[in-house]
Design a binder for this molecule. Structure first.
Ligand SMILES: [Fe+2]
Length: 133
């Protein structure tokens, strides 16, 4: 379906096609629903992997997806992410990505480069804020 919509899956997306549903959803929202807000489209596109340079809306949508009630029923360790998200989106996103990467390594999943770039950026920002204090 992603190919039919003109998306070009990268190597990780080819190996884990579930990751494509974000970019595919953004394409559908833009073409079939005439949604033109680039920030909303980016939030849809990147809610699967995260990315460096996420806006607050993108972080909010990403975290809302990961902390919705049904997921928290299955993933009790994500409840802390929901708690932190109520006061600090960056800290919650970094916590989620840490948990996700530990899972990914333990389960030998491929890790999308955008996910690593998002975490690296969050860590760099957190460290520079610590240095300023
Ligand atoms: Fe999704």
């Amino acid at each position: 379906m992603a190919l039919a919509w003109g998306l070009e899956p990268d190597a990780v997306e080819q190996a884990a096609p579930i990751l494509l549903h974000g970019r595919l959803a953004a394409s559908m929202l833009e073409r079939d629903y005439a949604l033109a807000d680039p920030e909303v489209l980016a939030a849809a596109a990147h809610h699967t992997t995260a990315r460096a340079g996420m806006s607050s809306l993108e972080k909010l949508v990403f975290l809302a997806d990961k902390t919705e009630a049904q997921k928290l029923e299955r993933r009790h360790d994500w409840r802390k992410v929901a708690d932190v998200a109520s006061s600090d989106l960056d800290a919650a996103l970094l916590l989620f990505l840490d948990i996700h990467l530990e899972d990914a390594i333990a389960r030998r999943w491929l890790i999308h480069p955008r996910t690593l770039e998002a975490r690296n950026e969050l860590l760099a920002t957190a460290r520079s804020l610590e240095t300023e204090r």
